[in-house]
Design a protein around this ligand. Structure first.
Ligand code: BMA
Length: 336
């Protein structure tokens, strides 16, 4: 073995790659075999720490028709002992919401103090393609649907937890002729959206996050700004590679990027991330923060097949961005 690598099982790992996210030793923490009813795969969960301290995962469950619905799993420690709803918690309702004909996917959860409710922003899948839908809930049992917030093709969306300058802010990822970039849009009432701005651009050419990026978890509020974990998609001759990067945004003007990391910080490596229905995918939709205000639990879908956990320190992520990130104010010709 060369001097820049260590052999761990079947994997060769580069010791020069700074490990910011540590995989939980019991990964995958949830699979379809844990489900109390027939499920093909479980992945891409939204996550939240409830007021009673429990962790709730709103898991994407794919059935044997190929359609997805959402199902809540609750645990005291966020690792094991999951109490899974005995039937789908939130499924498409195409009679009233035609955009949900082929199901609902990839939820992101934000607790909204002003409303004392959780906002669940999810992908609804219908004839128009994937769009962004919104629902509110107090208890993850009853939901008030707001319908489509962003028409197709759009996904990877999440709400900021409070109004800024009087408006709600939705982060989302429309697909356009010039690539798939992360946008932010505003609303006074969660129904009417406008003031659309690009928040983070996909890079070009040979970058790991060229052409297509998307929000991963809801933004994390820190003293230095909104911390974003985003995914970059690299298309290769044998399929797409989904990896994660970090960026930091101004607290009052979230379309102003303060720092962005050039390297990815987490990518598929373990067998359960490399192989599955869609191999080489790590796809987080939710995270929780420990009582210390620093430990981050990142819940992610592995290879569109199972649910995994990786842990990090928010302080370390911010320090890494400070050290290794670049300012997005640099001239465009240096950015591509
Ligand atoms: C994205 C989303 C995710 C999925 C990923 C990899 O476009 O559809 O739900 O995990 O592709 O297949």
């Amino acid at each position: 073995m060369g001097s820049n690598g260590v052999v761990m099982g079947q994997q060769i790992r580069n010791t020069f790659f700074e490990v910011l996210f540590r995989r939980h030793e019991t990964n995958p923490i949830l699979t379809a075999e844990d489900w109390p009813y027939a499920a093909h795969t479980v992945f891409n969960p939204g996550a939240v720490r409830l007021k009673n301290g429990e962790t709730l995962l709103l898991c994407r469950v794919e059935d044997f028709n190929g359609h997805s619905h959402l199902c809540a799993a609750r645990s005291r420690n966020g690792v094991d002992g999951w109490n899974i709803d005995p039937s789908p918690t939130f499924a498409g309702q195409p009679e009233q919401f035609r955009e949900e004909l082929w199901g609902v996917e990839d939820p992101r959860i934000t607790y909204i103090e002003e409303l004392d409710q959780y906002a669940v922003v999810y992908t609804s899948y219908g004839w128009g393609g994937p769009g962004v839908s919104l629902a509110l809930t107090k208890d993850f049992r009853e939901f008030t649907r707001y319908g489509l917030a962003m028409s197709p093709e759009d996904k990877d969306a999440s709400l900021l937890p409070r109004r800024l300058n009087g408006d709600w802010h939705l982060i989302h990822r429309p697909v356009g002729p010039m690539g798939a970039h992360i946008w932010v849009s505003c609303s006074p009432d969660l129904h009417h959206w406008g003031n659309h701005r690009i928040m983070l651009e996909a890079r070009r050419g040979g970058w790991w996050d060229a052409n297509k990026i998307g929000l991963s978890t809801p933004l994390i509020e820190t003293e230095r700004g909104w911390l974003m974990i985003y995914h970059g998609v690299r298309v290769t001759p044998s399929g797409s590679l989904y990896r994660l990067g970090l960026a930091l945004f101004d607290l009052e003007n979230p379309d102003r990027c303060i720092r962005r990391g050039d390297r990815w910080v987490f990518g598929p490596l373990e067998p359960y991330e490399r192989a599955g229905d869609v191999g080489n995918v790590v796809f987080p939709c939710g995270c929780t923060i420990g009582e210390d205000g620093d430990s981050l639990n990142l819940y992610y879908g592995a290879a569109d097949t199972s649910i995994c956990l990786a842990q990090a320190s928010i302080k370390e992520l911010l320090e890494w961005l400070e050290r290794c990130g670049v300012s997005e104010d640099r001239p465009l010709h240096l950015r591509d």
